[in-house]
Write a protein that binds this ligand. Structure first.
Ligand code: AMP
Length: 499
């Protein structure tokens, strides 16, 4: 069996690895480290959780022992798609580089430029960045990339999803051609293969786990739910309470930032110990939340894919998919948060009648069936018909189609949760009278008619628009809503009786 001693790492590195308690290299480490030490380019196809961070950090530390940094000329550069991942890599340098005197600079958004400038001025051996912030520093003329000997591009497929590829191409052009490049991706779609072909010279390809494979230690279950958000929230609470005794901690995934915020508030109201993580939060809140979750001060974390991708939280017992991910690979990444390093874990996914297409794509990708927990969609209890009828009576049966569904949701939601009429509903009624007597049309009808689009499948900005790209780089949501978006006050949706 290969040990760390067999890989050619320096004594300083080996002693730090021993101190961290690791004895056997993971397959990506055993595969990549010897070639990285020979200054070969690497194409590593590996998910987070496979030990891939150490597979580039350990050889980099060994190689950096020769030579020293010059002001404003970093010696190595690591590109990460999110601030959390960048911070995590920096932690790895701290852990494995504790016997070294290396200057590691972390350039991420949401942190002051001045502190970062000071670090660069001292000369950085290792620069860990998100692409936008690095380009900002370069544009300010504070960085010279001509001394970079090793370039690491991590989570390349996530960079692609987030629209960072043009930034990466710009950055790569600033770095000498003679550099060594270590390139990691969990999946290899054609765009990533093309990029790898451009950036890498005669790379050693190391593939450790098929991106479609899910850990055998994770129990996966589907949970049938009605489709309105409030109904899904109730289903989620039920399933959590049902399995609560087994839950050490759990991450709950939503597809959109707005839903992360809504679900977080709802769970907090229902007394759960919960935090939220999404791309719009400032860096300090993100770091604090993550820290509290890791330290078990928070039991649940509601998160979006962008914010949670690749986070190293070693011991998550449960993953809940509040939404079925739109991209099937995200399912693999999400449930990869549990069952890590051979531990057992459980993953529950809420399924509504609307999710058939995306669920099929997931089953096809992972090439296995997922069992239902407590019966499939046909086992769901009927909705209360009387509620539906009441709301359609109130509309006088006038409006059909999408608007009608939305009306029904709005008239029903507050009641079922609270069990009796709410202020919104009372406001509804008075608005009917008010509007009818004034003979006005319900306003904002137009916003309701736009067809729903799947914005995650679209680039959030034109490919060459740097300014906007910067603004959207943490996006994990649809576009800014028009008018009230989906949050039209109930009283505005009520049909007016016009003579
Ligand atoms: P990564 O894929 O880099 O996010 O690493 C996932 C987890 O595996 C981290 O918690 C690492 O500390 C841990 N890890 C890295 N290398 C090893 C190893 N050789 N043996 C056991 N755990 C490891």
């Amino acid at each position: 069996m290969t040990t760390f001693e067999d890989l050619g790492l320096s004594q300083k590195v080996l002693s730090a690895v021993t101190d961290s308690g690791y004895t056997i290299p993971t397959p990506i480490q055993a595969g990549a480290i010897p070639f990285a030490l020979q200054r070969r380019d690497i194409l590593g196809i590996a998910q987070t959780g496979t030990g891939k961070t150490a597979s580039f950090v350990l050889p980099m530390l060994t190689l950096l022992e020769k030579g020293r940094a010059r002001a404003r000329m970093p010696r190595t550069l690591i590109l990460e798609p999110t601030r959390e991942l960048a911070a995590q890599v920096a932690e790895n340098f701290e852990k494995y580089g504790k016997n070294h005197k290396l200057n590691v600079a972390l350039l991420i958004g949401g942190v002051s430029f001045d502190d970062q400038d000071r670090k660069l001025e001292r000369g950085a051996d290792v620069l860990i960045c998100t692409p936008g912030r690095l380009l900002d520093h370069c544009e300010r003329g504070k960085l010279l990339m001509t001394g970079v000997e090793i370039l690491v591009i991590d989570e390349a497929d996530r960079m692609l999803d987030m629209g960072f590829i043009p930034d990466i191409e710009r950055i790569a052009k600033m770095i000498p051609f003679t550099r060594q490049t270590l390139f990691f991706s969990a999946t290899m779609p054609p765009e990533i293969q093309k990029l790898a072909d451009t950036f890498l010279q005669n790379p050693e390809r190391i593939e450790v786990a098929k991106p479609s494979s899910t850990a055998k230690t994770v129990t996966q279950r589907l949970v049938a739910s009605h489709s309105q958000d409030w109904e899904k929230r109730a289903t989620l609470r039920n399933i959590i309470r049902e399995v609560e005794a087994d839950i050490k901690n759990g991450i709950i995934f939503c597809n959109r930032k707005k839903d992360v915020a809504d679900l977080f508030r709802s769970m907090e109201r229902h007394g759960f110990s919960v935090g939220a993580l999404h791309g719009d939060m400032d860096q300090r809140s993100r770091t604090t939340t993550l820290h509290n979750f890791k330290e078990n001060n928070l039991k649940f974390l509601v998160a979006s894919d962008v914010a949670a991708r690749g986070l190293d939280i070693p011991d998550v017992s449960h993953v809940f998919n509040f939404d079925v991910p739109i991209h099937a690979e995200d399912y693999v990444h999400r449930i990869g948060r549990t069952g890590r390093a051979g531990r057992s874990g459980a993953a529950f996914m809420l399924i509504t009648k609307r999710d058939a297409k995306h669920l099929d794509a997931i089953k096809k990708l992972i090439n296995e069936e997922i069992e239902w927990h407590g019966g499939d969609l046909s086992a769901l209890p009927e909705r209360e018909e009387s509620e539906d009828r009441k709301s359609s009576d109130r509309r006088g049966g006038r409006d059909k189609g999408r608007g009608r569904d939305r009306d029904r949701d709005r008239s029903k939601a507050p009641r079922d949760v609270a069990g009796h009429k709410t202020d919104i509903e009372k406001a509804d009624k008075s608005a009917v009278i008010d509007m009818a007597s004034k003979k006005v049309e319900p306003p904002m009808a137009k916003t309701n008619q736009a067809p729903k689009r799947d914005y995650r499948d679209e680039r959030p900005y034109p490919a060459n628009d740097d300014h906007r790209r910067r603004r959207y780089q943490d996006r994990d949501d649809g576009p800014t809503p028009v008018g009230f978006g989906d949050d039209i006050p109930a009283f505005m949706m009520v049909s007016a009786a016009i003579k």
